[in-house]
Design a protein around this ligand. Structure first.
Ligand SMILES: [Zn+2]
Length: 220
């Protein structure tokens, strides 16, 4: 059974890793290069850091033209980042568009959330999406984690996290990732299974079930 890496920006060549690679949407050639590779899937979205107002329309068209492909498992990462210099209303506008694409193409949404818990939850309440939403790279505390879980969201943990939040997270709402870290995903599984005091094989099994729950069409 493969290790599942729900969100990464760097392609890992090890075959026992099922990875959802998030390429830079500004580089179309990179996306085309990846699309027929085995065990590598994609998430496509406009990252809040890289929003350029004049390019949004063409990037949205690109995402829509690729989103139907079976290799595209998720939309995103997209979201709201209060520490980045891009205008917050523009970030929200782009995020809303990504939510619409996620719903239209029936692909879960992977979310970048920096100090934006309340706004993201408000979007979730207002738009009432059918598709699952996953907050990636979660480093917040138990209270913030509970707000997200109570509103039906999923949480993905990487190499750096709040141990209290992790331990309180329902196992059936959890994913693992290495994002842009050089830490191998296998190391993430090792340290998190240790922290949770469960066997690594059981953690792998649970994450596989979780992915199958949110993406029933996938064969792992
Ligand atoms: Zn990322």
């Amino acid at each position: 059974m493969p290790y599942i890496n729900i969100h990464t920006h760097y392609r890992d060549k090890e075959e026992d890793i099922l990875q959802i690679l998030n390429p830079d949407i500004r580089d179309k050639s990179e996306i085309e290069k990846i699309i027929d590779k085995k065990n590598i899937y994609l998430s496509l979205g406009i990252h809040p850091w890289y929003i350029e107002e004049g390019k949004i329309i063409s990037q949205v068209k690109l995402i829509e033209s690729l989103a139907e492909n079976n290799k595209v498992l998720m939309i995103g990462e997209s979201g709201i980042d209060h520490l980045c210099s891009v205008d917050i209303n523009l970030q929200k506008k782009v995020f809303e568009k990504m939510i619409e694409i996620s719903e239209e193409f029936k692909k879960p949404l992977i979310i970048h959330n920096v100090r934006s818990n309340e706004e993201i939850i408000a979007f979730h309440k207002n738009m009432n999406p059918f598709q699952p939403w996953i907050i990636h790279g979660f480093r917040g505390n138990e209270t913030l984690m509970n707000q997200l879980i109570d509103n039906g969201l999923y949480i993905s943990y990487g190499p750096i996290y709040n141990s209290y939040a992790l331990k309180a997270t329902p196992l059936n709402r959890m994913f693992l990732e290495n994002d842009e870290s050089s830490t191998n995903i296998k190391e993430v599984y090792k340290s998190i299974s240790k922290d949770l005091d469960i066997k690594e094989v059981d953690l792998k099994d649970q994450i596989k079930i979780n992915l199958e729950n949110i993406i029933p069409s996938i064969t792992i």
